[in-house]
Write a protein that binds this ligand. Structure first.
Ligand code: FPP
Ligand code: MG
Length: 323
């Protein structure tokens, strides 16, 4: 199912999200152009959608879910532009990454601005549990990103270390978005736990697919160069799998890319083939599907509703997406 189809039940709310993002942009005179540039390259809005579906499941009305949906999107956007500085990435969403275009100085400050705007919006909810959920996830994201930096170039990265990074840098914001939806709806303790599990598991699945697409997709489809994780010295699950199987001198080949920071002694195509032909793609996909299944199972304790079905569709989309 296409994302636009899945989003139909929250079409109005997502339009309000876009409207508020435009309003924030218009009301930021010194950064207006930059914010317009950032938000014109439209993302998938998965985190806002997650929060909104859950809020709708509990029948929450009014502006607060919109403010919070925007807050998680601003936090996500800030983390991406900062991540591109950290990773020295060249492209994002089919355009030059923000820092390549505007410079790292502006990018750092713009990210800061978006973080602070997100905090303003969350404070408007006046709910300490919501404030705590988002700030905990923000610190986890930083920890994940730092763990990843510290493990750069480590050919012996353990699978548990990889999952720890991925859960913190990516899944924590999915988990917080889901939790916030539940907190808005006065969900029970057990439901909150289920919602957090759902967010965490689809977040893990999202990043596993992100790491797989980085290898097997195309630049046109992804809007960013392929095999950038290897260039950034990050061994992701498909390569960790091959390293563990000790396939076809894989360690030496990855080391070459890490040392050269590019595909000089080994071609990109060869690395892609290794992933496709030695079970690494299937292994990663199986893992992603496993987390999707866990996510869907965790929602079984909720009262059935069309919005729970939308959440299940979102989980299925994440594991079958092409970009
Ligand atoms: C993308 O990973 C990056 C993230 C999911 C998180 C980045 C987090 C930070 C920069 C810290 C956030 C700080 C605060 C205050 C919340 P990736 O590089 O694997 O994906 P990519 O291929 O899309 O770049
Ligand atoms: Mg990155």
């Amino acid at each position: 199912m296409e994302l636009s189809e899945i989003y139909k039940p929250i079409k109005k709310e997502l339009e309000e999200v876009e409207h508020l993002i435009s309003k924030i942009t218009e009301n930021s005179p010194s950064l207006r152009e930059e914010l317009k540039t950032i938000f014109s390259a439209k993302g998938k809005r998965i985190r806002p959608a997650l929060l909104l579906f859950i809020a709708k499941h509990y029948g929450v009305k009014g502006e607060i879910p919109i403010w919070l949906a925007v807050a998680v999107e601003l936090l996500h956007t800030a983390s991406l532009i900062h991540d591109d500085v950290v990773d020295n990435a060249t492209l994002r969403r089919g355009k030059p990454s923000f820092h390549k275009f505007w410079g790292s100085d502006l990018t750092v400050l713009l990210g800061d601005y978006l973080y602070v705007k997100a905090v303003h919006l969350v404070l408007k909810s006046a709910n300490p549990y919501i404030i705590r959920a988002l700030s905990k996830s923000a610190s986890k994201m930083v920890e994940g990103e730092i763990e990843e930096i510290k493990k750069r170039g480590d050919l012996d990265l353990k699978i548990e270390e990889y999952f720890s990074i991925l859960e913190k840098k990516t899944a924590s914001l999915f988990a917080a978005s889901a939790e916030i939806g539940g907190l808005l709806g006065n969900a029970s303790e057990a439901e909150l736990k289920a919602l957090k599990n759902f967010g965490n598991n689809i977040g893990i699945s999202f990043q596993l697919i992100d790491d797989l697409l980085d290898i097997i997709s195309t630049e046109a489809e992804l809007g960013k160069p392929t095999l950038s994780d290897l260039k950034e010295k990050k061994p992701t699950l498909p390569f960790i799998y091959l390293l563990r199987k000790d396939k076809k001198n894989i360690k030496e080949k990855i080391r070459w890319v890490f040392e050269d920071g590019d595909f000089i002694r080994v071609k990109k195509e060869e690395m892609v083939k290794l992933v496709l032909n030695n079970g690494a793609k299937d292994f990663t996909l199986r893992k992603a599907k496993h987390f999707t299944k866990k996510a869907i199972e965790s929602l079984k304790i909720l009262e059935p509703s069309p919005f729970v079905e939308s959440l299940n569709n979102l989980a299925r989309y994440i594991v079958s997406r092409r970009w």
